[in-house]
Write a protein that binds this ligand. Structure first.
Ligand SMILES: *Cc1c(COP(=O)(O)O)cnc(C)c1O
Length: 357
């Protein structure tokens, strides 16, 4: 038992950390895991104690409904190191709450947010050395919750597992991306699971990503599932457009994932005096804005890249080529402000950052 107040965490440390043989500032996304992972099981109506153990394979029987029926949800978040060496989290309570919503939608037992946050602290306390220096990169945190029921019947899960693992990744130069507006595949529809993070959403998106790649694009631009006219998201990011100096992004309403980055970017833009409209926007309207020279910027937001500039939108046989990033006024500035807050380099007016001692 370790010293995390009321939190029950049992720790089995790795015999020799792999950290000394590892270049924290050169790792690519997900290539090397940190030393430990946290595992906790839900059984007979209650969450058991958490175990922090060396990262590695877990024996599971093949019939579990996570594998058979996709009863599996996840989160994605990052920890940064401040200039003075502290480990910083960014709005982690939002990830904790979103994991609850994701679990509830798949009839999985939710993990109470206080527990999630206490376990996250416990894991980061053990593997704090894996958080790269602030100017080199960040630690990615992957919590996931899935059914380990092996009854083969399709039914709500009774036995579940929560696993949280982390890995360091280096800042990479992210080139602006090209996106392909797919009319063939849809990501979400009213009453579906577009506003949560179940594993199945990502499996169902892969062919659209392949279709995009065949058109020379890095990502799908998703249109709404009913009419395939309204722009919804971009790959696994929320999407923003700058038209005539004002910002437009689709409203949350059941088919859009409520991104932590999306919410933070909207808040910071408004702080900077930029008008942000959370309104439905059709691909036709995007095309018309482009035709009259008013489409100034387009970008995606998400935890991994924070803000990804979009260079080109392909729709049917048209290409909307956007102005070069150096000429953009809105997205580069909000990205810089957001990253400065996340990395502890700027004042944090909304008290988003949680400092771990
Ligand atoms: C996770 C995710 C996002 C981004 O959410 P953040 O909280 O900003 O990381 C956007 N769209 C989809 C579909 C996602 O899965």
């Amino acid at each position: 038992m370790s010293a995390f107040g009321a939190v029950d965490v049992r720790v089995e440390r790795i015999s020799a950390s792999r950290l000394p043989s590892f270049d924290l500032g050169a790792s690519v996304f997900g290539s090397e895991m940190s030393d430990h992972m946290l595992v906790a099981d839900f059984a007979r109506g209650a969450w058991g104690e958490a175990r922090i153990v060396p990262h590695g394979p877990m024996p599971l029987v093949p019939g579990i409904s996570a594998l058979q029926y996709g009863l599996s949800v996840f989160e994605g978040m990052k920890a940064h190191r401040s200039p003075s060496g502290e480990v910083l989290l960014f709005r982690p309570e939002l990830n904790a709450q979103r994991l609850v919503r994701s679990a509830e939608r798949l009839a999985l037992p939710p993990l109470p947010p206080e527990r999630f946050l206490a376990w996250l602290r416990a894991l980061l306390d053990i593997d704090a050395a894996w958080v790269p220096p602030g100017d080199r990169g960040a630690l990615y945190i992957r919590p996931c919750l899935f059914s380990i029921d092996a009854s083969i019947r399709v039914k709500p899960a009774e036995a579940c597992r929560f696993v949280m693992f982390t890995f360091p990744f280096a800042n990479y130069y992210s080139a602006s991306i090209d996106v392909y507006a797919t009319e063939r595949y849809v990501r979400a529809f009213p009453g579906g699971t577009g506003d949560i993070k179940p594993a199945g959403n990502y499996a169902a998106a892969l062919l659209a990503e392949r279709e995009a790649a065949a058109a020379g694009c890095q990502s799908a631009l998703w249109l709404d599932g009913l009419t395939r006219t309204q722009v919804e998201e971009c790959g696994v990011m929320n999407v923003f457009f700058v038209i005539d100096g004002q910002v437009f992004t689709p409203p949350l309403g059941g088919t859009i994932l409520p991104g932590v980055t999306r919410d933070s970017v909207i808040t910071l833009l408004r702080d900077q005096g930029v008008t942000v409209h959370e309104v439905a926007l059709s691909i036709e309207e995007v095309a018309r804005a482009f035709d009259r020279g008013a489409l100034e910027e387009c970008f995606g937001t998400g935890t991994a890249a924070t803000v990804s500039h979009i260079r080109r939108i392909r729709w049917r046989d048209r290409d909307f080529i956007l102005p070069p990033v150096e000429q953009r006024r809105i997205a580069p500035k909000v990205k810089e402000s957001l990253v400065a807050i996340m990395t502890g380099k700027a004042r944090d007016p909304h008290e988003w950052v949680v400092r771990l001692e």
